[in-house]
Design a protein around this ligand. Structure first.
Ligand SMILES: [Zn+2]
Length: 259
């Protein structure tokens, strides 16, 4: 779609950069219209670069790109949100980086499903803003968990917590979660070769509430949960996502190594 135009404009969030030669960087971005895209930020490492700080990780820009043979070139960038408060807190930064890794691992280059790209962009933008404004680690977890659930649903891997994957019964109590299938089975159906993780009723109910809540809304669980409970849920979803990703996310491993 974009290849027929000489240049194009889109909103995009920087998710990864790597060096190209002495002065340039390649920037991987998730864009509102085209999904995952790459562009060269020419001269970005020169002291007087006009792109400069806008090409850092986790900045949302309105950008103009010019089509190139191998790579598009980023000609202009106007910052939409720099998510400043992400950068001053190691937890905020680490969980945000983890989310960029999921997007990078699960999305494909220049996906032309504009409607889906738009939804993922909005989820991503909202989660970065949410994490940026979080007042404690529980809030960071809540934003991350919602993103994990909603992002997976958006790309066609929505997790099932209400109905047994095997017999279809409505589960009333605890259940068993299959990481590879991304859903729960009832106690009668848990026998077989799949590996299951026991899910307490409270965890199941909490995850269903997070799955169904709209952006910006609170659920009745948000005030009740503690950090441990949230971390458990977060890691369960991480396991599920890792099992579907081409490469497992590293950001949290790095946090463990430096703290
Ligand atoms: Zn069953």
């Amino acid at each position: 779609m974009k290849s027929i135009k000489e240049s194009f404009t889109t909103d995009a969030i920087n998710i990864k950069t790597y060096p190209l030669g002495e002065y340039d960087n390649i920037v991987v971005m998730f864009s509102r219209q085209y999904g995952l895209i790459k562009g060269i930020a020419k001269g970005v490492k020169r002291p007087k670069s006009k792109l400069g700080a806008r090409m850092q990780m986790l900045v949302a820009n309105k950008i103009m790109l010019k089509n190139g043979r191998n790579f598009d070139t980023i000609c202009e960038a106007q910052a939409l949100n720099t998510f400043t408060k992400l950068r001053t807190n190691l937890d905020k930064l680490t969980y945000s980086m983890y989310l960029t890794e999921i997007i990078n691992a699960m999305c494909t280059d220049s996906d032309e499903d504009v409607e889906s790209n738009e939804k993922i962009y909005q989820l991503f933008y909202n989660v970065l803003e949410g994490i940026s404004n979080s007042l404690n680690k529980i809030e960071i977890f809540l934003h991350s968990i919602r993103f994990q659930l909603k992002f997976m649903a958006q790309i066609g891997y929505g997790a099932e917590f209400e109905t047994c994957l095997k017999c279809g019964c409505k589960i009333a109590d605890g259940a068993y979660f299959s990481v590879s299938s991304g859903g729960v089975v009832c106690k009668n159906c848990r026998h077989g070769s799949d590996v299951y993780i026991g899910l307490h009723k409270k965890i199941r109910e909490f995850l269903i509430a997070q799955q169904n809540c709209q952006n910006g809304e609170k659920t009745s669980y948000d005030e009740l949960v503690d950090e441990n409970f949230c971390e458990k849920c977060f890691l369960l979803l991480k396991k599920y996502i890792d099992s579907h990703a081409s490469r497992p996310a590293r950001a949290l491993k790095v946090l463990k190594e430096i703290t």
